[in-house]
Design a protein around this ligand. Structure first.
Ligand SMILES: [Zn+2]
Ligand SMILES: [Zn+2]
Length: 141
């Protein structure tokens, strides 16, 4: 398989990663919504050590354990990294050069969804996030 790759809106920031997608889920939490100015975010996880960045990226520490990055020129959100999952980088499916490879398998933080977002598919919903789902022995894959 070929490496995954993606870019921001202006193309100034680019990333590549190993091809394996560890999980793929739509996150409805308020932090993700506000960081992306979006109804929800289509996330996927990849091995952090495999991610290579290029371009003028700015990293913003959004909470004590979380860093989110975005393009310094166009402002497009680019990544999420948390000390809770130190082996992973979470990337936005919308930044993929080939977004058709993305296949979400669950909704997370369904409890925080916007009122006009109603279930539009048959994916399982988790009221909280990845940690909560893992703690209950559920899998997002
Ligand atoms: Zn940009
Ligand atoms: Zn979120």
């Amino acid at each position: 398989m070929e490496n995954l790759s993606g870019r921001c809106f202006c193309g100034g920031v680019r990333w590549t990663s190993a091809p394996r997608i560890l999980w793929a889920a739509l996150c409805h939490c308020e932090d993700c919504r506000r960081a992306a100015s979006s109804d929800y975010v289509s996330w996927f996880g990849v091995a952090r050590h495999s991610v290579v960045w290029a371009g003028p990226r700015r990293v913003y520490r959004s909470s004590s354990k979380v860093e989110r990055s975005f393009c310094n020129d166009c402002g497009a959100p680019m990544s999420f990294e948390t000390e809770v999952f130190p082996e992973e980088t979470h990337l936005y499916a919308a930044t993929l050069d080939t977004p058709e490879v993305y296949q979400p398998t669950a909704h997370i933080f369904w409890s925080e969804r916007l009122p006009w977002v109603t279930s539009f598919d048959h994916l399982p919903t988790h009221e909280k996030g990845l940690q909560h789902a893992a703690g209950e022995g559920e899998t997002l894959l």
